[in-house]
Each structure stands twice: as structure tokens, then as C-alpha cells.
Design a protein around this ligand. Structure first.
Ligand code: SF4
Ligand code: SF4
Length: 246
């Protein structure tokens, strides 16, 4: 299995950059692999030459692939509808099982208490937006604002972890990103460990999240990188099928 992050994994100054570059360089190949795998799934339901018994007159369909526009009552149209049901149902369930396996593997790794995830956290939302989301019942936002506060300036955030700051900025490019820290981090340890919320207990909650280079969960990411990227590509491709076939 391809491994995105193996070459530089514990080399602190370059491992984050290597993760980022490998991610970009490998995604195209993984996307093609995912598309091919879904194409095979789709074709197993394809009817075998239904045209020979078809009663529809003046049919002008030549190329019979999954994204062709077929007339109503055409067996190929039934195929498309079957695919939609399959991808949204059984196939999505299969992907959920893969996701669960990926997240379960995280339990084999343990936090090394470097404190970096408490020192520099990010969100696409401002503090006020997060508070509003929390009031509307969003659990993640509620947990987030219960511990994190915003850095007053980007300069302060940058000082917390210059390497991580730089790469997070590169990753989002033109989008606005907000930086936070947790005041409960004292001498690199959580001063309220017993009461920490779920977002702290479950960190990292996304297998594709870019982690600080000192984070012990990079080893987990390293192990599941290919699987997680493939899964993400499949989810994106399913959305594309849904949009095209509705
Ligand atoms: S509550 Fe503790 S574990 Fe959670 S972010 Fe703050 S210092 Fe870190
Ligand atoms: S960055 Fe990773 S290893 Fe460091 S404290 Fe957070 S979870 Fe633990």
C-alpha cells in the first residue's frame, strides 16, 4: 500500500511539509483508483443489451454509459436509478464501516502530551460564529468554545508553532482561518484533564487533518493515509454520481 508520510515522518522540521506535499502529489492517483473501483461496482448492475427487445421508437442513444441521458422506460434508466439507490444505501454503509475501522485503529496510538493541539487550534469560524453555532446546538462548536479562546493577533498564533501555522495557511490558501488556544494548558499539561470535553478526548477527529509534526497520532495517520484518502475520494465521487443521475 502507498504510504504518504513514511519518508519524513519523525523529522521534525520537514515532516509537516512532506505530509503536505505527499498528500497533494498522491491525491490524483488515489482519485483515479477510487473512480475505477466505483466504476466496477456500477457496471456489475449494467443490463446486458436490453435494446434488442426495446419497444421505444426513435431512440437516438448511441453511447450507453452511466451518465448518458436515457429516455423514460429505458432499462438503462432503471440501471441509473438502481445505482443511485445502491450508492446511497449499501455502498455508503460499506464506506461507513471503512471509516469506523480507520477511527478504531487510532486506539492503538497514544497522545505523547506535546501540547501542540491545545496551543494552536484552528477553525473556519470566528469566535462569535462558533458561539452562535453552539447556541443552535452544534456539539463540536459547544465543546470548542468551552475551552478555546482566540489569539488576539495572527503574530501570536504564529509564535505558538511557526511551522504548523505556515502549513495551515498554505492549506486553506484564500480562505479565512481563525486561530485559538486553550488557557487550561499549563506547563504543557492539561490543568483540567478530568473535565476536558469530547473534542479533546477524541482528537484528532478527522483522519485527513494536518497535525503538528510532534503529534504522536501522525503514526496513525501514516498507517491509514491511503485508506482515508481513498475513502474521501469515494465519498466525493458518490456525490458527483448523485448530482448527475438524479
Ligand atoms: S482542556 Fe486540556 S486537553 Fe483540552 S485543549 Fe485545553 S489543555 Fe488541551
Ligand atoms: S498534538 Fe497530538 S501528541 Fe500532542 S498533545 Fe495533542 S494529541 Fe497529544
Amino acid at each position: 500500500m502507498d504510504n504518504f508520510f513514511s519518508s519524513q515522518q519523525n523529522n521534525s522540521k520537514t515532516s509537516l511539509g512532506a505530509q503536505f506535499d505527499n498528500l497533494k502529489n498522491n491525491y490524483e492517483a488515489i482519485f483515479i483508483e477510487a473512480a475505477e473501483s466505483i466504476r466496477k461496482e456500477v457496471n456489475q448492475f449494467k443490463p446486458e443489451n436490453p435494446c434488442k427487445n426495446c419497444l421505444i421508437k426513435d431512440c437516438k442513444v448511441e453511447k450507453k454509459d452511466i451518465f448518458t441521458v436515457y429516455p423514460m422506460n429505458c432499462e438503462y434508466r432503471d440501471w441509473q436509478l438502481k445505482i443511485l439507490t445502491y450508492l446511497a444505501g449499501d455502498y455508503r454503509q460499506k464506506l461507513k464501516v471503512i471509516y469506523k475501522n480507520i477511527m478504531d485503529k487510532k486506539n492503538e496510538y497514544f497522545c505523547s502530551k506535546c501540547g501542540e493541539c491545545c496551543r494552536l487550534a484552528t477553525s473556519e469560524y470566528s469566535y462569535n460564529q462558533l458561539k452562535q453555532r453552539a447556541m443552535r446546538g452544534d456539539k463540536f462548536s459547544e465543546d470548542f468554545v468551552s475551552v478555546f479562546v482566540p489569539y488576539e493577533t495572527e503574530e501570536e498564533a504564529k509564535k505558538a508553532n511557526p511551522e504548523y501555522f505556515k502549513l495551515l495557511n498554505e492549506l486553506v490558501e484564500d480562505e479565512k482561518i481563525y486561530y485559538y488556544y486553550c488557557p487550561k494548558l499549563k506547563d504543557n499539561l492539561c490543568s483540567d484533564y478530568e473535565n476536558r470535553p469530547d473534542i479533546c478526548k477524541n482528537f484528532p477527529h478527522n483522519p485527513l487533518k494536518l497535525l503538528p509534526s510532534s503529534c504522536a497520532f501522525n503514526a496513525w495517520k501514516n498507517e491509514i493515509a491511503h485508506e482515508a484518502m481513498l475513502l474521501k475520494a469515494k465519498v466525493d465521487i458518490i456525490d458527483f454520481y448523485k448530482e448527475k443521475l438524479q
